[in-house]
Design a protein around this ligand. Structure first.
Ligand SMILES: [Zn+2]
Ligand SMILES: [Zn+2]
Length: 354
């Protein structure tokens, strides 16, 4: 399936993305700023924090990783807009991942801002980023990988790979839970939260109806598709959640999409159709590989799928998300009666195609 060309809202921002540089701090609309905040050791390179001017300060959507470099970049970006970190009144977080949530606690400390998160992600905070939850989470991650057929030593290594992430997050309990459909009380803004589970259980997008904008977080991005995976903190069938919430968001009538990574773009519904098609193709590929063998583990299956590079060259920590992502497709097929799991150690997966 060929990549649909979505139109970048700002060609310079797109060129910065493809050229490997940091885009500039930009005034997107009157009172609305886009601030790229660098993220370490990650091919996504930066998260786009959006700052909305209020009568007495600013509200931001997403925060960035908990590093000094990120803090300084956000501080400098707010400076371009005429504000300081101390002026932040609210931190609306699209989801719990460290590149979005990591810096939230530190911003609150410096400014007294409130932090808002959807309840389904809020309830994961403690396990994910605090002792002893984090160790237990790594153990459960390892068990899940063993059930996928990952060799024991590799499973230990893969499960441990996420432990380093906690260094990039300050453990902050949100002050407010933002529910689906909730209107945010931000003077001058007509901002409504839309719950879009899948990439994380409590992922939120925000719609600005007056300005016809969608802040899409990681839910819809212009070039890449977000990781949707079964892991110890995921929903039972995250791919079903993701595709459902993608169909819903695709119906919105907006002029521009403001994602958390890459660059702003137009044509929301075309992009949504493409991403749905991408997953349908992937599901068909999984079915075809299953049909060619008489039962296999999820790990085996993952090694036989097409990835952006040969399996042997994929770094270990990325093989973990690849395995969990493959499992999400298997679970989706199982729920639709298109694949069968024989539970065991490991689970064996069978085709239901005759
Ligand atoms: Zn994410
Ligand atoms: Zn992200």
């Amino acid at each position: 399936m060929s990549k649909p060309m979505v139109t970048a809202a700002n060609e310079r921002q797109r060129a910065a993305w493809t050229g490997g540089t940091l885009p500039e701090v930009e005034r997107v609309r009157p009172g609305l700023w886009s601030i790229p905040v660098p993220i370490p050791i990650n091919p996504l390179r930066y998260v786009l924090v959006y700052a909305m001017e209020l009568p007495d300060g600013v509200a931001v959507i997403d925060a960035g990783w908990n590093t000094d470099e990120a803090y300084d970049a956000l501080s400098a970006g707010l400076g371009v807009a005429g504000y300081t970190i101390g002026d932040i009144k609210a931190v609306l977080v699209t989801h719990i991942h460290p590149d979005h949530y990591g810096l939230a606690g530190r911003l609150r400390e410096a400014s007294g801002a409130w932090i808002g998160l959807h309840p389904a992600d809020a309830r994961l905070v403690r396990d994910r980023y605090d002792e002893p939850g984090i160790q237990e989470l790594a153990d459960r991650g390892r068990e899940l990988l063993l059930r996928c057929g990952v060799p024991d030593l590799t499973a230990q290594e893969l499960a441990g790979a996420s432990m380093m992430m906690r260094n990039y997050v300050s453990m902050a309990t949100p002050d407010r839970l933002i529910e689906d459909g909730e209107r945010l009380d931000l003077p001058g803004w007509n901002l409504k939260a839309v719950w879009t589970p899948g990439h994380s259980p409590g992922h939120l997008c925000f719609v600005e109806a007056d300005r016809r904008l969608l802040f899409s977080g990681d839910h819809v991005l212009p070039r890449i598709t977000p990781n949707v995976a079964v892991h110890p903190q995921s929903a039972d069938n995250p791919l079903a959640d993701y595709l459902d919430s993608l169909r819903d968001i695709g119906k919105l009538d907006v002029d521009e999409v403001l994602p958390a990574h890459e660059y702003r773009f137009l044509e929301l519904s075309e992009r949504v159709d493409y991403v749905i098609g991408h997953h349908e193709e992937r599901l068909a590929e999984v079915e075809a590989v299953l049909a060619a063998a008489d039962g296999m583990t999820c790990w085996d299956l993952a090694t036989r799928l097409t990835w952006s590079r040969p399996w042997e060259t994929i770094p270990l920590f990325m093989r973990r998300s690849a395995t969990n992502e493959t499992l999400a497709h298997l679970v989706w097929l199982e729920a639709r009666g298109r694949a069968r799991r024989v539970a065991g150690e490991p689970d064996m997966w069978h085709s239901l195609q005759s």
